[in-house]
Design a protein around this ligand. Structure first.
Ligand code: GDD
Ligand code: MN
Length: 361
């Protein structure tokens, strides 16, 4: 009878996984467990290495995802793939000590808590593994905000190490954003009733091999998460990012145009054409990097095809923009409002088409 599934999201963790399975085996005793590696097609061959383990150990399972990214969605997918009534989510890089699992498991199974979280900030825990002081500070600040969202007194709501009933995650899955890495925060904040939480101290260790994937993304993902939570219902997060990038593109356009006209003395039509292409290229690059960071296009062929697609989309969007704005203006609408309406229509059009045809969702 399967009791517990350990969900292990992985991105380039090849060297870490075999020793981790050994450590799980050593501490889990009479708990019937399976380990599910949810790998986002790591370039270092993590999925192959995990399958190699799975051939000789039926407790090891592998989900290899192609063309998708993200810690949170990997966790949700792992939870949907197991028959075990309980799941533990942990990092595959040995920063989370598997020795805590039996106790965490007992606490949840006995019903004395809905979720057990291994906390770096509880007395007896340490955050030594947080590589920089800046990150530690950021982490504390984010925690204070997060406690309000989760309606709990958790000392470490951003922890990536926790255990709960599998069904709970599956039930909440349709409401989970699945974006970014703060999956525990999401689970706690979308639960209809505040969940009963318990904490165990975690001595957050050093990662064994490889490097952190979150360093650069951490702050950004957190801001995106806050936006998603408070305003995401009104203007969808991705559209908001797309529009922000678009607004920056207008700045780029003006800068380039001014440069060409004023410094290089080019004609207006040529300047406008060059500025338009520069801005479209800039927008394509920034959207690929930010707005669609979880489904980023990579490699020359993909990037080239994406860039051409994006420029085509934008050209059609610009036509729609001009057509609508001129029509409205001709029918007596104040010019600035007409222009604004054109811009909004163009942006919605560009967004709808490029999210479908350039970044393919
Ligand atoms: N499938 C998948 N997809 N796995 C990922 C992805 C992804 O996009 N990004 C990271 N992972 C995996 C890593 O391979 C590792 O097993 C685990 O998720 C944690 O990633 P790290 O890159 O080691 O994160 P960290 O140590 O910097 O961050 C830790 O602390 C954060 C709070 O400060 C983690 O425990 C986070 O969960 C935690 O929120
Ligand atoms: Mn780590």
């Amino acid at each position: 009878m399967l009791d517990l599934a350990i969900i292990l999201p992985t991105l380039d963790e090849r060297e870490n996984i075999a020793p981790l399975v050994d450590r799980l085996d050593a501490v889990l005793g009479d708990i019937a467990w399976e380990a599910i590696f949810v790998d986002d097609n790591s370039a270092d061959g993590t999925a192959e290495a995990a399958r190699e383990l799975a051939r000789t150990d039926s407790r090891v399972r592998v989900i290899q995802r192609i063309g998708r990214r993200g810690l949170a969605s990997a966790v949700i997918e792992g939870a949907c793939a197991t028959a075990a009534p309980y799941i533990a989510v942990m990092d595959a890089d040995h920063q989370h000590d598997p020795a805590l699992l039996p106790n965490m498991f007992k606490t949840v199974r006995s019903g004395s808590a809905d979720v057990v979280v291994a906390s770096r900030f509880l007395a007896g825990g340490t955050a030594a593994g947080l590589s920089s002081e800046r990150r530690e500070k950021g982490s504390r600040l984010a925690n204070a905000l997060a406690r309000r969202l989760t309606r709990t007194e958790l000392s470490d709501p951003m922890s990536g190490y926790f255990l709960l009933e599998t069904q709970r995650v599956r039930d909440l899955a349709p409401r989970l954003a699945g974006i970014g890495f703060k999956i525990l925060l999401d689970i706690l904040s979308v639960a209809p009733e505040p969940l009963r939480v318990a904490e165990v101290p975690l001595q957050f260790g050093e990662r064994r091999a490889g490097k952190s994937k979150l360093d650069r993304a951490v702050a950004f993902e957190f801001l995106v998460g806050l936006y998603e939570r408070y305003l995401g219902q009104i203007v969808p997060t991705r559209f908001m990012l797309f529009s922000t990038v678009g607004a920056l593109g207008v700045g780029v356009h003006m800068g380039v145009l001014a440069l060409l006209l004023l410094l290089l003395g080019s004609g207006f039509a040529l300047g406008q054409a060059v500025a338009t292409f520069t801005a479209m290229t800039f927008n394509f690059w920034l959207n690929n990097w930010l707005t669609y960071r979880d489904q980023r296009l990579k490699g020359t062929a993909q990037l080239l095809r994406g860039w051409i697609g994006f420029c085509l989309t934008c050209s059609v969007g610009a036509l729609a923009n001009i057509a609508l704005a001129s029509w409205l203006e001709a029918n007596g609408l104040f010019w600035a409002l007409a222009a604004l309406a054109g811009i909004v229509i163009g942006a919605v059009w560009n967004y709808a088409l490029s999210s479908r045809f350039v970044w393919g969702r």
